[in-house]
Design a binder for this molecule. Sequence first.
Ligand SMILES: Nc1nc2c(ncn2[C@@H]2O[C@H](COP(=O)(O)OP(=O)(O)O)[C@@H](O)[C@H]2O)c(=O)[nH]1
Ligand SMILES: [Mg+2]
Length: 346
Amino acid sequence: MKIGLAGFAGSGKTTVFNAMTGLDVPVGFGGELRLGTVRVPDARIDALSSIFSPKKTTYAEMIFCDIPGEHGADRKGLSTEALQQIRDQDALCLVLRDFANHSVEGDTDPARELEAFHTECLLADLELVERRLDRARKDHLTEQETAAFARMKDVLEDGRPLRALPGAELDRGALRGLGFLTDKPLLVALNRGEARAGEPMPDDLAARIGALEAAGLVLSASVEAEIAELEAHEQAAFLDDLGLTDSALARFIRTAYELLDLVSFFTVGDDEVRAWTIRRDTRAREAAGRIHSDLERGFIRAEVTPYDIFMEHGSEQAVKDAGCLQVEGKDYIVSDGDIMSVRFNV
Ligand SMILES: Nc1nc2c(ncn2[C@@H]2O[C@H](COP(=O)(O)OP(=O)(O)O)[C@@H](O)[C@H]2O)c(=O)[nH]1
Ligand SMILES: [Mg+2]
């Protein structure tokens, strides 16, 4: 799962990226596309790991992508390259600048940056839809497909993002790979200067983010970067000084994970306790394929214990003795927190 950090130059994308990934990419203008892996904090994995004491504990991961948000040739909007890279992401995090940056002209205006970004994505999508509709006959689109594109066009012309369309109205499976920008899950991070890091999101901005079907979050990239450098015991005091209760980082990662509609299932044992990432509503056989393709190919059944049931009983044997082990077939829809053991034969 790839989450792209998007936004205008100087909004703090690279600073956020460094704080999250622990990498040290130079900040300032320019630079190339960078990828970094982030561990998704999960208290359930901590708990399972302390029960099994495995040789290895593996958390779910997400890939963050720092997209250089250079302006286009006209010094307005994003460059074609940036838009292309944005197309390639599973979800987007838009970083809005809300701190004074001397190398950027003009006052801070996060609301305007949000509108500018939304408008660009909207126009890019509209162009894509119109091209599809123009070629509908040549591409032998069915009546149904043509109607779907026409519906999308209406929504976009209305200034609304495609993500506003419920699944019943938009067949997302059919659209995969076309890279519609306003259909990507969006997390808007308002990047504050240190002094105002503790202030809440202004109501009008929060309302606008809600209207765009996006999630919002306040953070201070420079605070996060400093926290990342501190020892655990120093972190609390540092946050307290700034009037903050916790670091935004864990919240940020968790929010992004939920926004993508991702869930985790677990495998447990003496060797490894591990979280696996799947989309919500994934079936057991496909989920098994995340672990290994052999498990998908030779899938026989899955033995499942929901996390809470496991914790209630305390061990695999106790779960079995209580008759609580679920035996599930290939079409079982895996739930968040399922502990799963796959029986297979290849
Ligand atoms: N005061 C303050 N400065 C920041 C913050 N985030 C980024 N900066 C500074 O803004 C400049 C641009 O940041 P950078 O991460 O390179 O922005 P990018 O162009 O979006 O990647 C750098 O000098 C950062 O140190 C912040 O939260 N507070
Ligand atoms: Mg940068």
